[in-house]
Design a protein around this ligand. Sequence first.
Ligand SMILES: NC(=O)C1=CN([C@@H]2O[C@H](COP(=O)(O)OP(=O)(O)OC[C@H]3O[C@@H](n4cnc5c(N)ncnc54)[C@H](OP(=O)(O)O)[C@@H]3O)[C@@H](O)[C@H]2O)C=CC1
Ligand SMILES: O=C(O)CCC(=O)C(=O)O
Length: 317
Amino acid sequence: MSWIADTYQTMNPGQLDALGCVTGKPLALHGIAGRKEATGRGVAIAVRECVDIAEDMKKLGLTAGLSGKRVIVQGLGNVGYHTIKYLLEFGATIVGICEYEGAIYSSSGLNLDEVFTHRKTTGSILGFPGAQKEFKNSAEGLEQDCDILVPAALENQITIANVANIKAKIIAEAANGPTTPEAAEVLMKRGCIIIPDMYCNAGGVTVSYFEWLKNLSHVAFGRMDKRYEENANLNLVNMVEKTTGVTLDAVQRSMIVKGATELELVNSGLEDTMIRSYHEIRDVQMANPKIDGLRTAAFVSSIDKVAISYMNMGIWP
Ligand SMILES: NC(=O)C1=CN([C@@H]2O[C@H](COP(=O)(O)OP(=O)(O)OC[C@H]3O[C@@H](n4cnc5c(N)ncnc54)[C@H](OP(=O)(O)O)[C@@H]3O)[C@@H](O)[C@H]2O)C=CC1
Ligand SMILES: O=C(O)CCC(=O)C(=O)O
């Protein structure tokens, strides 16, 4: 992305917004904090929102909440790695990881950093000491016992040829187009939930949008208000301490006083977008019995927004 931005800027001298021509730039070239992990973080939030709805989980024969949910992830690249990282933070158990050269499985859970280091040092996911089972044919890893399957590598991974063997009840499409339409139909007839790619992996493009906003405004998020916020919070804490006679320790004080950094603001905007969008899409599905799943609901929700804009404008065709 650096050379694209540099080339565009060089060929458009004097154009103030030139750096907004491309996103995903390094921080030194006015990229944004949190972009690298944004897609995986967004996928984990999407899954968390889905499994937190008790009514939907009951239909799948599952309890609500991520705690203890068994997850298989395909792909240990940017999206897969960060999806696993945040799913673990939210309490899920990663029972399987599938990579190009094979797959590993452990019903008691896999340690992300140990698997990552093992692959980096040996060049393969296979032979990982913490795995109970391993498969030289990576595709077999997708078919193992789990609650949630996260294809985060490439397209056309769940097809009519293997869908009968897929055991997951929730498919979170972190990659683009990992489920073929025929396979999706079979999964939905089975009652599974598919969290569609256009929403599930949109955390990346959402934070890219924040980067574009940063480039257009020519200032990092938090730069204008961080110190102001800290001083205001400090005054408040001092006043409360004086009035109540209670003194906060250094850790408590810094937790309350601290102003938001760019990364914290980006993560907050990302989380809000993922949470709001999930419920918006699900509400559309719930409101119309003809809508067969979250993918159609996401299309309906998007098209509705475009239509409403056109209708409100009303003058030009
Ligand atoms: N990065 C982002 O912000 C976004 C990415 N996406 C989508 O997410 C998917 C993954 O992207 P990203 O993580 O960035 O890409 P990466 O290249 O970082 O990761 C892909 C991973 O999948 C592995 N892989 C390749 N083929 C197979 C296979 N047959 N079976 C199992 N694993 C395999 C790769 O292994 P190896 O390294 O050995 O090739 C690699 O580790 C793509 O579909 C992409 O379009 C969607 C939205 C945003
Ligand atoms: O960062 C972006 O703008 C888009 C990322 C994305 O959607 C992808 O890599 O597939």
